[in-house]
Design a protein around this ligand. Structure first.
Ligand code: B12
Length: 211
């Protein structure tokens, strides 16, 4: 019988192979609902690695490896959820704003969201306001996430928000912003709904915004 404690340990420890093999075993046996595997083992493990990160007992590479293990397992479980009662945390469109090619932090945030059960559409880098607008129309997300690493490009976040207003979409989505030069004060100034300075807090904030 599949030992799902192994799955918890694998996600917590960032062990992709163990996460995948234990998930395959559990699926083959069919004794436990896919949603229960996600809620009771995978998300619990991501919460624990997040808590360790907050208290300085885990670091960015640990977060990344846990998110990768979680995603590997989630990819196997997702198809089983399609016909059942899917319970995604929410849908997120994320991108680095126009003029900016930095994507390490944005991808880390994206992986954490995926790892924690959100549907994520990653638009990549150098994303214009027009592209964000198109993505909202196409994917109907709950949250738009913008990243910027340059003091020059962070100003473009305001332009994206204006583009959403012009398209009549501003009130349909929550807006989160982040990246090294961005601050809570800046987020408030441009009318974003939330800011965080790391991937773990970004997940907590997204949950809060959707609560
Ligand atoms: C790696 C890097 C690059 C790489 C990018 C590779 C890539 N694929 O991303 C390359 C070499 C391409 C690059 C290019 C440039 N770079 Co550069 N780069 C960096 C560097 C060293 C690290 C950035 C990084 O990845 N950090 C690690 C990640 C994990 O942290 P993070 O991005 O901050 O993300 C975290 C949080 O901010 C938050 N977060 C991030 N996004 C979001 C989004 C949301 C919604 C939320 C909630 C949270 C969130 O969560 C993340 C995880 O914890 C920084 C210096 C530094 N130490 O920051 C300079 C830096 C950002 N670069 C800088 C500059 C100037 C440039 C160039 C203009 C250099 C040049 N003259 O060509 C070009 C610009 C290219 C462009 N148009 O974008 C400056 C910016 C100065 C400024 N104040 O504007 C910096 C600060 C270096 C410096 N000290 O001068 N760069």
């Amino acid at each position: 019988m599949a030992n799902l404690q192994n799955l918890y340990d694998a996600v917590l420890g960032g062990n992709l192979n163990l996460a995948v093999s234990t998930t395959k075993e559990a699926i083959a046996e069919g004794n436990i609902k896919p949603q229960e595997i996600i809620d009771n083992y995978m998300i619990k493990a991501m919460e624990e690695i997040g808590a360790r990160f907050e208290t300085g007992k885990a670091f960015v590479p640990n977060l990344l490896m846990s998110a990768r293990a979680m995603k590997g397992s989630l990819d196997l479980i997702k198809p089983l959820l399609k016909n059942g009662d899917i319970k995604p945390m929410g849908k997120i469109v994320i991108g680095t704003v126009e003029g900016d090619l930095h994507d390490i932090g944005k991808n880390l945030v994206s992986s954490m969201f995926e790892g924690c059960g959100f549907d994520v559409i990653n638009l990549g880098v150098n994303v214009s306001g027009e592209k964000f607008v198109e993505a909202i129309k196409e994917h109907n997300p709950d949250i738009i996430c913008m990243s910027a690493l340059l003091t020059t490009t962070m100003n473009y976040m305001k332009e994206v928000i204006s583009a959403l207003e012009v398209a009549g979409l501003r009130n349909k989505v929550k807006i989160m912003v982040g990246g090294a030069p961005v601050s809570q004060a800046y987020a408030d100034q441009i009318g974003a709904d939330g800011y965080s300075d790391n991937a773990n807090a970004a997940v907590a904030l997204a949950r809060l915004l959707l609560a």
